[in-house]
Structure formats: C-alpha cells, structure tokens
Design a protein around this ligand. Structure first.
Ligand code: AP5
Length: 217
C-alpha cells in the first residue's frame, strides 16, 4: 500500500502510524521524526530544522522535499510507504506527485484524521516522549507502566520542545493556512478518506483498518 496520513498537530498521526505499520508492513516515513533525529545527531540539517521546529514553523519546502526524495528512492519503498506529516504544503504535494511517478508507486489512499482544537491542546500538552527510543505516551490517554519512565528503554520521559501552548498555536495556524488546502486537493483526486480522531485510540484504528481494506480490495 502507498498511504499518506494527515491531520492537525496532535490528531494522532504518529500513534496510528505505529499500528498501521504492524498491519501493513510498509516503511514509515515521518518527516517530523527525520528532523528530530537530525537535531539529535547535531547535523547541518538538524541545526537548520530546529530553528523552524522550535518555533512551530514549517521547515522550507526545498529542504523537506529533498529529504523525502532521498528516502523514497531507497529500496524498501518498492513495497509501499506510509507518509506521516508529508506533504504539508501544495508545493510539497505537487512534488510528491512527481516523486511517486518516478518510483512507479502512486498514492492509493490519503487518511485524514479529524480532531477538535480543545482535544488537540489536551493531547499535545499531555504528551511525553522518550528522548532515547522515541516512544510516545500521554499522561492520561496512554500512560507508561511507571510514571515518567519509558516502558521500552526505561529512560526518563520528556516533553517535546515544540509542545508548548505558544508553539502549538503557530503549528495550528500553519496547519490551517498551509496544510488544510490539501484536503480538497486529495478529495478532488478521489483519494481522501476521513476518520474521526476524537474516538479512542483503538476505535480510530478500527476505522482506519476499514478504509485500508476497502482500498486494498
Ligand atoms: P510532526 O512531528 O509531524 O508534528 P505534528 O504534525 O505537529 O504532529 P504531532 O507529532 O504533534 O502529532 P500527531 O498527530 O503525530 O499526534 P500523536 O500521535 O503524537 O512535525 C513536527 C515539526 O516538524 C513541524 O511543526 C514542522 O516544523 C516540521 N515538519 C514536519 N514535517 C514537515 C513538512 N512536511 N514540511 C515542513 N515542516 C515539517 O498524538 C499526540 C498525543 O495524543 C499523544 O500523547 C498520544 O498518546 C495522544 N493520542 C493520540 N491519539 C489519541 C486518541 N485517539 N485519544 C486520546 N489521546 C490520543
């Protein structure tokens, strides 16, 4: 399957991506994760990306498109891909059309997770992540077994630097102005399926499984 998962910050893209991967066995391409990895490693890309991400702004298109182009050219994408957080602008969506043609893997499905602002604020402010292995939790909705400690590698959980209320407001504005127009872009192509992200994590995944199996028929 060749899938895009989109939705506002905190809608549950990363949470559902983990489940989709186990279900479909395809590589997960999350531009947010790729940037965070580069920041952790202190590369030039990481330095550039952090100056945008920490303020809640989008990283420039040419940088992000170049990164995805390199990733999609890797052999594992020949069996499909799950794009999470890309595309986020019309320019990225148009570039992606060309990239997917080049690798003969056209997009089959765009899952749009919908969610209300109040829920997004609650989810983002309660999110805790593991700085070592990247696992993600929530203080109320996805608690670790031991408070503040990663189930997987036992590291102390932290808050993402861009998970402040100020940065979230900028991210929500970027979503409204730059990313939301993609809903119409993909709807016109007949690729869009909406999923109600306000439900429980497991119920959202049940709905996602339904749309994936309809497309895979
Ligand atoms: P990115 O990492 O993609 O962040 P985002 O889109 O803001 O999304 P989040 O990771 O915050 O949320 P999510 O939807 O994955 O929610 P999650 O599953 O974690 O990007 C970060 C930054 O990188 C961007 O701001 C930008 O600067 C840059 N960037 C990335 N891609 C770019 C691009 N293409 N172009 C330019 N710049 C780019 O869930 C959130 C919390 O809620 C968790 O704690 C979870 O446990 C909980 N939760 C999830 N689902 C539910 C549920 N159904 N019920 C209750 N709780 C839930």
């Amino acid at each position: 399957m060749n899938i895009i998962i989109m939705g506002p910050p905190g809608a549950g893209k990363g949470t559902q991506s983990e489940k989709i991967l186990a279900y479909c066995n395809i590589p997960h391409i999350s531009t947010g994760d790729m940037f965070r990895e580069a920041i952790k490693e202190g590369t030039e890309l990481g330095k550039l990306a952090s100056s945008y991400i920490n303020q809640g702004l989008l990283v420039p298109d040419e940088v992000t498109i170049g990164l995805v182009k390199e990733r999609l050219a890797k052999p594992d994408c020949q069996k499909g891909y799950l794009l999470d957080g890309f595309p986020r602008t019309l320019a990225q969506a148009e570039a992606l059309e060309k990239l997917t043609q080049e690798i003969s893997r056209p997009i089959q499905l765009v899952i749009n997770i919908t969610c209300e602002k109040d829920a997004l604020i609650k989810r983002i402010s309660g999110r805790r992540v593991c700085p070592k292995c990247g696992n993600s939790y929530h203080v109320e909705f996805k608690k670790p077994m031991v408070d503040g400690v990663c189930d997987n590698c036992k590291s102390e959980l932290v808050q993402r630097k861009d998970d402040t209320i100020e940065s979230l407001q900028v991210r929500l504005n970027a979503y409204e102005n730059q990313t939301k127009p993609l809903i119409e872009f993909y709807d016109k192509k007949g690729l869009l399926k909406e999923v109600d992200g306000l439900k429980d994590i497991s119920d959202v995944f049940k709905d996602i499984q339904k749309v994936i199996s309809e497309v895979a028929k």
